[in-house]
Design a protein around this ligand. Structure first.
Ligand code: NAD
Length: 329
């Protein structure tokens, strides 16, 4: 299997190096090819997603991506984030899986990733008014709902569909389509929840949730909240899946320019994203579980400064590798 590796910006290359070491230990048969993406690619080629990188991602079995973004380009016309939106759209990875786990919490947010407000018509009118539009076709809702029901079936059998149906037309359509799809999954308990209530419930009583399915922007915000109540952004992984093509696996956090280059980044989210890659792209659930356990061990033995510890990225990685070696012995 071939994995396109996009180390990205800021702490991206540091945490990607950690993932490469873990894959070399656990799955040396995977072929890893590195490609420029994000601010690094803008500097090298003038564009955040060079054609060569896109072609390599399309041809790969999976894409493992570090965070992108650089303050230098925050107000520029060509920005690293444009490359990310385009990559997601080109790969058709409409299902974004964001698991959060800690103590009694085991929550999976399934976020629609290539529709809604982030992809609708936008602009600035002559009078200075700016607008972004939110649109969903029923088929876009149906495919993400089906994916979420399928996942709920393999877990606790409970699905919460989050919308703002008391205000938004797109949310009323969302609710209607989810109800139609629910008829095919009588074994899954489904409930609707308004997004404002969902935010409060995730903050207050996250243990009640199993799988949450929601549209693009709500999912963006709620998944950061879920990450915050389960240990912080440094721990949160994601998988973005299409129906047939390569999936995109990346940490939820950004490029952390404030700590880039000082060797203190927490690689846990990147390693957990690597576990999702092993599970969803390679069908290697046992190895994925081994990575999860190794990360848990490293979190206990060698926490990084964001978790109140003093370990460096290299020390955390060494602890994870030790855990894998002990297990494998
Ligand atoms: P950020 O996630 O980069 O950082 C927020 C805070 O969390 C910072 O204090 C940072 O040091 C800390 N942090 C994040 N990840 C960490 C890790 N692995 N270990 C230790 N500490 C960690 O968010 P930001 O500062 O708002 O954004 C910085 C850049 O990242 C921006 O350019 C933004 O657009 C970009 N970004 C990219 C992605 C992506 O590539 N998917 C996602 C979010 C933000």
């Amino acid at each position: 299997m071939r994995v396109a590796l996009l180390p990205g910006d800021g702490i991206g290359p540091e945490i990607t190096a950690s993932a490469v070491r873990v894959l070399a230990e656990l799955a040396p048969d995977l072929e890893l090819d590195e490609h420029p993406f994000g601010a690094a690619a803008i500097r090298a080629t003038g564009t955040p997603l060079p054609d060569e990188t896109l072609a390599a991602c399309r041809a790969a079995d999976a894409v493992l991506k570090g965070p992108i973004g650089d303050p230098e380009f925050d107000a520029a016309d060509v920005r690293p984030e444009q490359g990310l939106l385009r990559l997601r759209s080109e790969l058709g990875v409409y299902a974004n899986l964001r698991p959060s786990r800690a103590g009694g919490i085991d929550l999976l947010i399934v976020r629609e990733l290539v529709g809604g407000l982030y992809y609708g018509a936008r602009g600035v009118r002559e009078d200075g008014t700016a607008f972004d539009t939110c649109e969903y076709h029923p088929s876009q809702i149906e495919r993400i709902a089906r994916r979420a029901f399928e996942l709920a079936r393999t877990r606790g059998g409970k699905l919460t569909s989050v919308d703002k149906a008391n205000v938004l037309e797109t949310s009323r359509l969302w609710r209607r389509v989810v109800r139609e799809v629910a008829a095919d999954y009588p074994d899954v308990d489904v409930e609707d929840m308004l997004v404002d209530n969902a935010a409060m419930q995730i903050a207050d009583a996250p243990q009640q949730f199993d799988v949450i399915v929601t549209e693009n922007m709500f999912g963006d915000i709620l998944s950061d909240l879920a990450a915050a109540v389960t240990g912080g952004l440094g721990l949160a992984p994601s998988a973005s899946l299409s129906d047939n093509g390569p999936g995109l696996f990346e940490p939820v956090h950004g490029s952390a320019p404030d700590i880039a280059g000082n060797g203190s980044a927490n690689p846990a989210a990147m390693l957990r994203s690597t576990a999702l890659l092993l599970e969803h792209a390679c069908g290697r659930a046992d190895e994925a579980a081994a990575v999860e356990r190794a990360v848990d061990r490293a979190l206990a033995e060698a926490p990084t400064p964001d978790l109140g510890g003093t370990a460096t990225t290299a020390e955390f990685t060494a602890a994870a590798l030790r855990a894998l070696t002990v297990e494998g012995a």
